[in-house]
Design a protein around this ligand. Structure first.
Ligand SMILES: [Zn+2]
Length: 244
């Protein structure tokens, strides 16, 4: 699963490079905003509201993460299928290149937040597909979803909860994004937002020091935070269902 994902990213990256060399994107319509240049797939129309949502959340999340939003290129496909036809699965943020390949129905903030996280800490310290990044990007995706409720509603198998978070430092499965978002929501509730940004900044070497940083900043090892988070999730469940 993890190997397949890494290959998928690598292939997409290579395909983008080849298309650029062929000047494939040169005649795409450009829409320039303060920080984002949007590139529209040929003959695609876009509502002003769609653009506005992205530009607003980009600046809003930059403030939350206390970074300057870098200028980026955002290539938009009408849907996943049109991207796949040319070898790009359009749900990707290339952090070091400051580029996004996205489609119309994605959440407004997820991919943009990946770019902002690249300003908080380098992808070699804070991997874009790892648990910590995916958690933040899901939590800040601009849909205002309660991640605790959402995670509870999905009925994940028990075994998932037993897996150490440290296994997911570099690669996090995309069907578990709500789960990652709920971890960030929990940390935010319990320790405040500032501690989370300090934690993200502290991560080194693909987050290999995440346990030590957690002890330093949250005053607890990750194992204990994980247990407390599970209790917090269950509490949310009982208050939603009203059964327990
Ligand atoms: Zn992501």
């Amino acid at each position: 699963m993890i190997i397949v994902m890494a290959n998928w990213l690598k292939e997409t990256n290579q395909n983008i490079q080849i298309l650029k060399e062929k000047k494939y994107f040169n005649d795409w319509q450009k829409l320039k905003t303060k920080f984002i240049i949007f590139y529209l797939y040929p003959n695609m129309t876009l509502s002003p509201d769609w653009i506005k949502k992205r530009t607003v959340i980009y600046q809003k999340n930059a403030k939350k993460l206390n970074v300057m939003p870098p200028k980026i290129n955002f290539f938009i496909f009408p849907n996943k299928e049109t991207g796949k036809k040319i070898g790009i699965i359009p749900a990707i943020a290339l952090v070091s290149k400051r580029e996004i390949y996205g489609h119309l129905n994605q959440s407004p903030g997820h991919e943009l937040t990946h770019i902002l996280l690249g300003e908080v800490n380098s992808p070699s310290n804070l991997p874009a597909n790892g648990l910590w990044s995916e958690g933040i990007c899901t939590y800040f995706d601009g849909t205002n979803t309660d991640r605790r409720k959402h995670t509870n509603s999905l009925g994940y198998p028990k075994e998932i909860f037993a897996i150490s978070w440290q296994k997911w430092r570099k690669n996090f499965p995309d069907d578990l994004y709500p789960f990652a978002g709920s971890i960030i929501q929990y940390l935010h509730d319990q320790f405040g937002w500032k501690s989370i940004t300090s934690f993200l900044k502290e991560l080194k070497n693909s987050g290999r020091n995440d346990n030590e940083s957690a002890k330093q900043i949250f005053k607890l090892p990750l194992k204990i935070i994980n247990k407390n988070w599970q209790i917090w999730l269950k509490d949310g469940y009982s208050s939603i269902s009203g059964k327990l």
